[in-house]
Design a protein. Structure first.
Length: 142
């Protein structure tokens, strides 16, 4: 299994996917599965998603968006309860090049990526139970 370190960008190879929860980067020694969402940027969005075999749940938000501020804590809670995936977030205001490149049309949005490809997308407000149900369905596709 390949996974990109969110701290330094180094590609890491894990021989045992079960060891992912406790794995550290061979370069910087930071955890490969941080206990909080990774902050993505225009510079690291594609390399991070494309270099990681594990599913990545990305939350697209804007700081000024009231709905985003209500969905954000639900996303973070779900990310903590789902150890088999990496959680990441992208500020759509400061990282607008990525938003344009992927054609995102609404926020807040959740997207599940697997091996660099988007496999599921949900835009708009979503309750915690509905988010869990959506993610379970999306993980079956991935």
């Amino acid at each position: 299994m390949e996974i990109v370190c969110s701290s330094c960008g180094t590609q890491n190879t894990l021989l045992d996917a079960k060891a992912l929860a406790s794995a550290v980067c061979g370069q910087c020694q930071n955890p490969l599965m941080p206990n909080k969402p990774v902050e993505l940027t225009d510079a690291n969005f594609l390399p991070f998603l494309g270099g990681t075999d594990a599913p990545v749940l990305v939350y697209f938000y804007a700081p000024h968006c009231a709905t985003c501020r209500s969905v954000g804590p639900r996303f973070e809670e779900l990310a903590k309860k789902t150890p088999q995936l990496l959680a990441a977030k992208l500020n759509t205001v400061s990282q607008y090049r990525t938003v344009q490149a992927i054609g995102l049309r609404g926020i807040p949005a959740l997207a599940l990526y697997h091996q660099g490809k988007q496999v599921a997308l949900h835009a708009g407000n979503i309750s915690a139970p509905d988010m869990q149900t959506w993610l379970e369905g999306a993980l079956k596709i991935a």
